[in-house]
Design a protein around this ligand. Sequence first.
Ligand SMILES: [Fe+2]
Ligand SMILES: [Fe+2]
Length: 155
Amino acid sequence: MAELLVWRDQWLLHIDPMDEDHKEMVRLLNRLADNVKHPTDTDKNHPLIDHQDISVHEIVLIRFDALITHIRKHFAREEEFMSSISYPDFLEHKREHTVQMSYFTSLRCTFSNGCANNLDQEVLHEIKMWFLDHVFGEDQEYANFFRESALSKDK
Ligand SMILES: [Fe+2]
Ligand SMILES: [Fe+2]
């Protein structure tokens, strides 16, 4: 089955912990997309699903929570990194993280309140486009700054 997003090495920042985080984000987003696309499937690998009668809505919520939790940790790691290299646009980038996280949490809140249709293909597409903007746009900027400052120290 076609995945929502297939990792491409052109997305690499060449900063290992951040690249690993982004790869994991792709993996978690694809798992979420699988459950949204195939609502009758159950995932026998998940410990909760083997032992409990769990609804599709709950499975999607577990997947979505896993993605949000990962993104939250990733944002914190990036912010620590940007601060450690004295990135000049740190505050602006951090603000974008805050705005994005509040979007995810409000989406989660609406979805968990029983509006199952809120997490559909359109939302998945939005998250996918956000991911591409994130790795291609704002993240490349701090990675470029990091490379340039490393090069100027070498001179
Ligand atoms: Fe990132
Ligand atoms: Fe970021």
